[in-house]
Design a protein around this ligand. Structure first.
Ligand code: ADP
Length: 461
């Protein structure tokens, strides 16, 4: 630009010289010496050279802001942060410089919020429990988060690489392959090997495209192991409950029908069958009550607890006296060893239910003339209730299972027929857990059992 303008100025200068010579020839005396013309020409040339210099200097001076703005825009294009171009208000380029400065501020804001969003997304992805992997159209991994690496039990390289380097599980590889060929999203629940146990994982392979040839595949893995386990537990509970309910109902209706069919006329059969019907009705009522208890505890939240200060010894006394009659049948002695005045802040109804269940089991599974003892221990953080009996005991391999719903130890060996639903200890466990406590059993076959429940000490609010 500067060169072009200097050239134009030189052309003007030459024309100026030619015009000067012509004018000199026309108006200046013929006898005027040639050397005088030469001198005048030299003077003209010198003046013109000074003019060119001045012109160039003025041009460069005017051009300076344009050069500065050009450099600034070039730096902005490289996402750099060049300094603002500051011009005087009377400068011709003042408005343009201000507009570029504003544009830069706007661009910086955009870049900063883009960087922040990028950082937020990176953080979100790194903490997300869902495995995320982005695969490009060349079947290469563009990005994968930590959860994905954990699901696949491998280290995923940052550099782009074929997804088959990370994913080896057949079902997963073929599901991704299917999405690539059909260009349609797909979803499936698969099993992935895991430590310590395998995992049920819901896989979503999402096909995303912005144009016909530009597309990406998003692989999402979501651990559904627990959801499946809860679902299975609910299904098991339902089928066990309906099975357990059906047994007494079938017995009641069966014996009632037999009576109607004529057995009622036999006084001995009548008495025997009515006895069975009554026993089965009682069992049915107990079962329904237990099933209702379990679902009530499950649906109650911790905030629904009714906490108050309870004298534990008094509470145990009350429960022992209500169970005294049951114990007397087998001549079992009930002993409360808790000193009076041991007060704890807890939910009375739940603790009552726990004591009732543990003591009644200790009586049910006891020998004649045995004993049931209730003890208490407390530290600064915890308090504990222990129910010890002198009964049949529980074999080591059964001890973990007795807390399962509907699980009953086969008592045929002991020749003791004890009625029960198999839900008592499951209810106790739910209650203990709802009070943030824990339960344990220590038992020896033929010697007896001790059930301990431990709770954290709660301060009166
Ligand atoms: P239920 O007593 O109605 O059968 P529970 O859930 O209360 O159901 O107990 C589950 C099983 O654990 C019982 O069937 C019994 O075999 C065993 N059990 C529970 N408490 C004792 C105990 N104190 N002594 C021996 N066995 C026990």
């Amino acid at each position: 630009m500067v060169k072009r303008i200097s050239l134009e100025y030189l052309v003007t200068l030459v024309i100026n010289m030619i015009v000067f010579i012509l004018v000199a020839r026309l108006f200046i005396n013929q006898e005027m010496a040639a050397h005088a013309i030469f001198r005048l020409m030299t003077l003209n040339l010198a003046i013109s050279a000074i003019e060119v210099g001045l012109y160039n200097w003025a041009f460069r001076h005017r051009q300076q802001p344009v050069t500065a703005m050009t450099h600034k825009v070039e730096a902005m294009l490289k996402d750099e942060e060049p300094a603002h171009v500051l011009l005087r208000k009377d400068n011709d380029y003042y408005e343009l410089a201000m507009a570029i400065n504003r544009l830069q501020t706007h661009q910086q804001k955009g870049l900063r919020s883009k960087a922040q969003q990028g950082e937020e997304l990176r953080l979100l992805l790194s903490y997300l429990p869902i495995g995320v992997m982005v695969i490009d159209r060349y079947r290469k991994v563009e990005m994968a988060n930590a959860a994905m690496a954990e699901f696949l039990q491998t280290e995923i390289k940052q550099r782009r690489h074929p997804y088959t380097q990370d994913i080896h599980q057949f079902e997963l590889v073929s599901l991704i392959g299917q999405v690539f060929s059909e260009k349609k999203s797909a979803r499936k629940v698969i099993t992935l090997p895991g430590m310590p146990t395998e995992k049920r994982v819901e896989v979503s392979v999402i096909y995303t495209s912005t144009s016909e040839d530009f597309f990406q595949i998003l692989v999402l893995l979501y651990d559904v192991t627990e959801i499946y386990a809860v679902e299975k537990m609910q299904m098991d509970f339902l089928s066990n409950a309906s099975h357990e309910l059906k047994t007494p109902v079938t017995a009641i209706s069966g014996f009632a029908e037999t009576l109607q069919a004529g057995a009622k006329n036999d006084p001995e059969a009548l008495n025997q069958f009515l006895d069975i019907i009554q026993k089965e009705s009682k069992r049915l009522t107990e079962l329904i009550q237990d099933v209702l208890s379990i679902s009530r505890i499950e649906s109650q939240s911790i905030s629904q607890q009714k906490m108050s200060d309870i004298d534990i010894s008094e509470l145990v006394d009350e429960q022992l006296s209500t169970l005294q009659q049951m114990a007397s049948v087998k001549h079992i002695v009930l002993v409360n060893q808790i000193p009076v005045g041991e007060v704890q802040h807890t939910d009375e109804r739940k603790v009552v239910e726990i004591i009732k269940n543990l003591v009644s089991n200790a009586i049910k599974y006891n020998r004649d003339n045995g004993s049931v003892t209730v003890d208490y221990e407390a530290t600064e953080q915890e308090w504990k209730l222990k129910v010890t009996d002198t009964g049949i005991g529980i074999a080591q391999n059964e001890q973990a299972r007795i807390f399962e719903r509907f699980y009953r130890v086969d008592t045929s060996r002991t020749k003791q027929v004890v009625n029960g639903t198999g839900l008592g200890l499951a209810i106790v466990m739910e209650l203990v857990q709802s009070l943030q406590g824990r339960i344990s059993v220590d038992s020896q076959r033929g010697v007896g059992s001790t059930f301990s429940v431990t709770f954290p000490i709660k301060q009166h609010q």
